[in-house]
Design a protein around this ligand. Structure first.
Ligand SMILES: [Fe+2]
Length: 312
């Protein structure tokens, strides 16, 4: 027997926490609630089955393609391969390691709020899970992407510190643009800076590759790859993927598309290397070098812009 949380209307009928089909999430969004809790009892058997299948087929691929920090992290989190994880339990293992925690959200988190959460060692985490009938492609994040793809990386101190540093960059960006008096110029520059930050995040945190510890082969550390059964192998094995040493000037000017396997990926030497790149990103921001990056994807929404400007 499933129970309905006390703050949910009595006529509410639980029907699982499936991506784009979860009344609990729709209600939270309708009420403007971004930060929510995880009503664990609402997960249906089909939701747990989706998690079980996703985990079972990824596990051997992680062994083959994931970087060593991820493998250590997934062990530290003690995830249950059979059941959707409880965020509270994940956090009990995660927090003592790096201070990070998974923070449940109802949907898209506007850019500044997202980066500010990272700065506070909180990771906005989706609680819904994809439909078991469509395990492969999902344009929006789900709990498998967030908990199995991202959170194991947050157990690594150097990686966690890099995310916090990235959050610092958002603060720096806000301070820069809030000092600009002309509204049009403010929006123009902020759009460019957010675009540059989003591209950097995409080509590192979401789709990054890293040299292996022997310095010869490549391993995956990007969460979009770590949570994709097909692309985790494709990104390493396919001759159709271009893999280049990361260059900041390239990454911030490189557009990307989200609806197919990535044709171009960038390689870092280590997480210390990645951290130094985030430092450099902030310096470039302060020097005005992010003010006019190449146009194109990703788009920057009103909500993203407003999330920065609301700080003023
Ligand atoms: Fe992600």
């Amino acid at each position: 027997m499933k129970t309905v949380p006390s703050n949910v209307a009595p006529d509410f009928v639980p029907s699982g926490l499936t991506t784009t089909q979860a009344p609990f999430i729709e209600e939270a969004q309708a009420k403007g609630e971004l930060y929510i809790y995880q009503p664990y009892e609402l997960y249906s058997d089909a939701n747990h089955e989706a998690w079980r299948q996703l985990y079972a087929r990824m596990a051997p691929r992680w062994q083959q393609y994931a970087n060593e920090h991820f493998m250590k992290g997934i062990g530290s989190l003690c995830l249950n391969p059979e059941r959707v994880p409880k965020l509270e339990e994940v956090n009990q293992f995660l927090c003592p390691l790096t201070g990070f925690s998974a923070k449940p959200v109802s949907g898209y988190v506007p850019a500044y709020l997202f980066f500010d959460c990272l700065r506070n060692r909180e990771f906005p985490t989706t609680i819904t899970i994809r439909d078991a009938a469509k395990l492969d492609y999902l344009p929006e994040p789900d709990i498998f992407h967030d908990i199995a793809g991202h959170v194991p990386m947050h157990t690594d101190k150097a990686f966690a510190d890099t995310l916090v540093r990235f959050g610092d960059c958002a603060h720096t960006a806000a301070e820069i643009v809030l000092g600009i008096k002309d509204r049009d110029e403010q929006v123009r520059r902020l759009t460019s800076i957010i675009k540059a930050m989003a591209r950097f995040f995409w080509f590192t945190i979401e789709f990054g590759l890293m040299k292996d510890s022997a310095g010869k082969g490549l391993k995956v550390y990007g969460s979009g790859l770590l949570s994709s059964y097909g692309e985790i192998a494709h990104c390493i094995e396919s001759p159709d993927v271009q893999r280049y040493p990361i260059q900041l000037e390239w990454v911030i000017n490189q557009y990307f598309e989200i609806d197919h396997y990535q044709p171009l990926l960038f390689v870092v030497d280590s997480f210390d290397h990645l951290f130094s790149l985030v430092d450099e990103l902030e310096k470039w921001m302060l020097d005005g070098r992010l003010n006019n990056v190449s146009p194109g994807e990703p788009g920057v929404s009103e909500a993203d812009l407003e999330s920065f400007l609301a700080r003023g």
